[in-house]
Each structure stands twice: as C-alpha cells, then as structure tokens.
Write a protein that binds this ligand. Structure first.
Ligand code: M6R
Length: 624
C-alpha cells in the first residue's frame, strides 16, 4: 500500500506532489510528507502524522522552499506505528539523500544491524530507512567526494549507488530517490509494487497510480519488476537491475482526471454506487454479441480450443473480488462448468491441484493485490493458464496473466469497493455465457434469452437506485445497532457476505453474512430481540425456504429487513421491505447488491464515519 509521487520539471514541485498525494490517499492515509531540492541544492522536507489535508495546511502556514524537483508519500503503516518520525520521506545521516517507498524490505533487520555497526544513526522504526542509509553507504564506497572534487558528473554515481543498494534488498518495493548533489535527476525503482512514469512536456512524473498525474499528462509508462528509471525534466531512461538500458513505449490512458473527482456527491462511495449502471454497460459493451464469442476472443485472445477442453475453473481473489468470484461459481456451474473459488491468501497449498485442464481466473480491481499476484504465480508454476479480470490497465496482474478481460468501471477511489464489484460480476456473466455457447452447454436461443435480460440490467440498476431515499430511511432506523446479520441462499449468498463486508468496512460494526439455511445449525443463537437481519428474498426456486428462515429469525426477535421484488413481496412477511426490480434469478445479484451498498453507506453516514477512508484500511493491499 502507500502512495508515491515524484515530480521534476519547471513548476513548483510541492504543489504538484501534494495534489497527487490527495488523489493517492485511498492507498493509505495514516501519515504523509514531501521533500524536494531547492535551486541552491538544499534538501527540504515536511512530514505529518495524519492526512494530506493536514500536510497541506502546515505547508500553507510554513511554506517550503520552491524547488522544481521533489517526492511525496502517503503511508499505510506496516513497520512502525503511524507517526511523524515514521512518515516518509526518510533521509540518510547527512540529510543529502531522501527516499519514499511502498512495500516491505524483508531483510531490513539484517541490513540495519550492518549499517548500525558502520555508524549509521536511525531516526524511525521503518524498514524503509535502511534503504536510504544503504544508498549513503554505497555513495561513500563510490568515493563521491573524490568524484565531486574531480568535477565528475554525479548522475552515473548516483545511479550506481542506488542500483547497488537495490541489489541487496529482499522483498517488495516501489521507490523514488533524490540526492541533493544531483538535483536534475530522480531515480525510481520497482520490484513487486506498482510504479508508473507520467511523461509530460518538459516535466515528468512518478506515481503509484496514474490518477496522481492525469491532470498533467495521459502518456504513461508502467514500469516492470526489476527496473530502474532515471527521470529528468526532458527525458526518462529505463534500465534493468543489472544496469542494462531498456526501451519502453508509452501508453495513452483513457481515463480523465475528472473521473477521479466527486462530481457533486458527498463521498466517492456514493458517486461510485451511482455509476454502476454505466459500469455494467461499459463492461458488457460490444462483448455479448455475436454469441459465438468471436469478439471476446479477439479481445482477450483466449483460444476456443482451451475453452472447449478445460474441465473446470478455479477462481482466486480477495475481499469483495472474492465475493464476485463466488457469484461467478454459481454462474459457471449453472452452465455446466465445475468451478472452485478460493481466497488468494489461502490458495497456496491448493495451487498444486491446478493443471492445464483448469482455467484459473484471478479477479482484482487494482490488479496489484499481493495475495492475488502470489496465487497467480503459484497457479502458473503448477501449469495453469491464468485469465485476469481487472479494472486497471497496466497493472502487474495484466502483465503476469496469460489473458486479460478488463472491467471498464473507471477509477474506483472509495476504499469500499462498489462499482468494481458489479463490473467483476458482469465480466463473470460475459465469460460464462460465451464459455457455455462454445462448449455447447447451452442452445444459442437460450443464451440469447439470458443476453436479452442481461442487457436490461443497467436500466434496472437505475430503477433500484431511485429507491435511495427509502433505503436511507430504513438505514437510519437501525444505524445505532451494534450487530447486523445478512442472510440469503444460493446465488445471493455471496451478496449477503458482501453486504456484511460493506457495513463492517465503513461503519466498524459487527456484521455477518450467512447462508440462510445454515442459520439453524448454530448462528441463530446470536439473534436477540430487535437485531436487524437483512434477508435477500427475491423470486427464486429457494424462496419458500428463505421465507422459512425469515420466520425462524423473527420467532427469536429479529427485525427483518427483506430485499424483495414485486412478486416475492406478496409472500415474505418482514418488518421493512426494500423492493428491487424483478429479473432472472441468476442475474439477481446485480440488483440485490445495490440496496445493501446503500444501506451500509447510510448507516455509516448516520454514524459520521469516514466513509471513503475507513480506519485501518487501504484501497490496494500490496503486502501479504
Ligand atoms: O484490488 P482488489 O480487487 O484485488 O482488492 C481486493 C480487496 O482488497 C478489496 O476488494 C477489499 O476487500 C475492498 N476494500 C472491499 O470493499
């Protein structure tokens, strides 16, 4: 996690760095800081424990020097508590070299021990600080003072010091480094943590994610693992860790900077909930017809033979993406393809079950989730082919997977995932329908019926969103509850899990999602008088059983809030109803999730929680 920014050009670096950090705050927000080099080659730095707004206010009161090169960081703590001392950037003993880092240096204790013995003084508890001291040490061995005295150009020396330091690091890192003696060059390096270079006109940028510089340029180069970039105002050169020069062509990013702004909504989460009709529409666009999957195959290059020959699907993902995977399992299996789903973090020992007969589908909004990336590597090592479903162009996952299907949801900034989830589910349906047609598990006419109904979903989501006012009133009634239970059966069971996850993440209350039929086997004991139980009870072949489970909960005092459609409304007896439009049972998760997202949002709003930046969380979890 953590967000990194870097700038070199003609403008005042601090302004650009702080603005970029605000856009990257979703990656971590417990402390932050910026550093730069003044025109007189002095290194300056400002850090705070807390958010970027606090840093901004501090700089407004006590302005920094006006350098045109600098680096910035917003932190999600791993080693060392959130505090000003542990905030990045970190400097060496002589305050000449400065670094920002995202990732974990696994051998930092060994390195620190060695550096302490050679007299280095540490000012923080972080793993990052060892890197900057190690660079200082390498500069010494490269005899910088001698080189400076001889008037040698210091850029190659700086590059070599950083390269040699990196060679000793184990773990994951994305970093940007500045040296006061070499103010015309920023160095950036990447190993298992994302880093992208933005190419401007007479100015260049470094960031963890393009949203930090989209305002200035849409031309970007996504760095690969094992690469160092030497970034100057008018050029960028790329090298591998052995120092060999590399060529990279930039890509043009289609997102624009306003897509990453709130657009009149109070929170990104609410905006993103409202963007879901478009997310589904964009993820489906041009992909469903013709039904033979030609378009999809041209796009993702997944051979028909592979689709015909596989014996099963293995889905791996984390958090909300895992819930999309669970929905995917019901959908693939509905069309006759056996499917397993695992948390990526629990997949390790099961990776050996993967072989060429199993298609692995890795689902990740960011494409940077460390657990998912490790699981992908393990699956590939066992001989599996990996198809990625992701929202992020150029992410690590897209480069490690064999095939990529993008969800076109646009940037998701709220830490609690909403529109990415619906895009991931939509992608599952697209794949499952095409696979079924190619494998001849479905007649084209039947597939056509699914597609026709599927194409109506964006409008039905809009209708569901129109019920926002009513949902907010229900949420307010229960906002002070300390426990929530979400129950559902079959394909809506993952939606119960997702409803519970949303409320936990942003309201910090206890919530559980449970398979409605399992309640009687134990968890029903937790129900007390007045406990809110949200039950998904839309029309399905399981409806009468769900109705029984609702009665069982009511008999123990639960206040049942039922998510129903107009037909099931006539059958279900509950304290409160939230009505969604009727669709095919298999497509219903695309609608039933909407009121649960809104419910979580309004509960958190009543409790005055920090909805877009919930405590302890980060948007993209790049550590294992
Ligand atoms: O970027 P990813 O989809 O791989 O992220 C996976 C999870 O970390 C993510 O879905 C997380 O659970 C969200 N905060 C859920 O709202």
């Amino acid at each position: 996690m953590c967000g990194i920014t870097g700038y070199i050009g003609k403008k005042i670096a601090t302004d650009i760095l702080v603005d970029g950090l605000k856009r990257l705050e979703y990656r971590g927000y417990d402390s932050c800081g910026v550093a730069g080099i003044s025109p007189k080659s002095e290194l300056y730095l400002k850090r705070v424990s807390g958010r970027v707004d606090a840093l901004d206010a501090l700089i407004a009161k006590d302005p920094l020097k006006k350098g045109v090169v600098g680096i910035g960081h917003t932190r999600w703590a791993t080693h060392g508590v959130p505090s000003e001392d542990n905030a990045h950037p970190h400097t060496d003993c002589n305050k000449q070299v400065v670094i920002v880092h995202n990732g974990i240096i696994e051998n930092y204790l060994d390195l620190k021990g060695r550096l302490l013995k050679t007299g280095h003084k540490f000012k923080s508890e972080t793993d990052t600080e060892v890197v900057v001291h190690l660079i200082e040490e390498k500069l010494k061995t490269l005899n910088v003072s001698g080189a400076a005295a001889r008037g040698a150009i210091l850029e190659p020396v700086f590059f070599e010091a950083v390269r040699r330091a990196i060679a000793e690091l184990q773990g994951s890192f994305a970093m940007a480094v500045l040296w006061a003696k070499c103010p015309n060059m920023l160095l950036a390096a990447r190993q298992h943590s994302p880093l992208v270079i933005g190419l401007g006109d007479g100015e260049n940028f470094i960031a963890s994610d393009v949203s930090a510089f989209l305002k200035y340029t849409k031309k970007a180069v996504f760095m690969n693992d094992g690469e160092i970039a030497a970034v100057k105002a008018d050029s960028v050169s790329y090298f591998n860790f052995q120092g060999k020069k590399l060529d990279h062509s930039p890509v043009t990013i289609q997102w624009d900077s306003t897509m990453a702004e709130k657009g009149g909504y109070k929170h990104f989460m609410l905006k993103e909930i409202h963007e879901q009709p478009e997310s589904v529409e964009n993820t489906l666009r041009g992909r469903l017809l013709p039904l033979n999957g030609d378009i999809l195959q041209q796009e993702i290059n997944l051979p028909s033979e592979l689709i015909k020959n596989i014996k099963g699907v293995q889905i791996i993902a984390c958090g909300t993406a895992y819930h999309a995977g669970l929905v995917g399992r019901y959908v693939f299996e509905n069309f006759g393809l056996p499917t397993s789903v695992d948390f990526a973090s629990e997949f390790s020992d099961r990776a050996k079950i993967v072989n060429k007969d199993i298609l692995v589908i890795a689902v990740s909004q960011s494409g940077e989730t460390a657990d998912t990336l490790y699981a992908v590597r393990e699956a590939k090592a066992s001989g599996g082919k990996v198809l990625a479903i992701t929202n992020t162009l150029g992410s690590t996952l897209t480069r490690e997977a064999d095939f990529v299907l993008y969800t076109h949801c646009g940037p998701e900034i709220g830490v609690a995932s909403t529109k990415a989830f619906i895009g991931q589910m939509a992608a599952m349906y697209v794949l499952a329908i095409h696979f079924a047609v190619i494998r001849k598990n479905i007649f084209e006419a039947d597939a056509r019926k699914y597609v026709d109904e599927f194409l109506k979903i964006p409008r039905l989501i809009e209708d569901t969103l129109a019920g926002e006012g009513a949902i907010s009133k229900v949420a307010e009634c229960f906002a002070q509850s300390e426990h929530f239970l979400f129950i559902a059966r079959h394909i809506n069971f993952p939606i119960a899990l997702e409803g519970a996850l949303k409320i936990k993440e942003i309201s910090y209350v206890h919530a559980e999602g449970y398979a409605a039929g399992e309640m009687k086997h134990g968890p029903i004991a937790i129900i007390y008088k007045g406990m809110p139980v949200l039950a998904i009870a839309t029309t399905s072949k399981m409806l009468s059983l769900v109705a029984n489970n609702i009665e069982e909960a009511k008999a123990r005092g639960a206040e049942v809030i039922a998510i129903v459609d107009e037909d099931s409304r006539k059958i279900i007896k509950a304290s409160k109803y939230i009505v969604v439009p009727k669709t095919l049972e298999i497509l219903s998760p695309l609608l039933t999730v909407i009121p649960l997202q809104l419910f979580a949002y309004f509960v958190a709003l009543s409790k005055k929680c920090d909805i877009d930046k919930p405590r302890n969380l980060a948007k993209s979890v790049t550590v294992r």
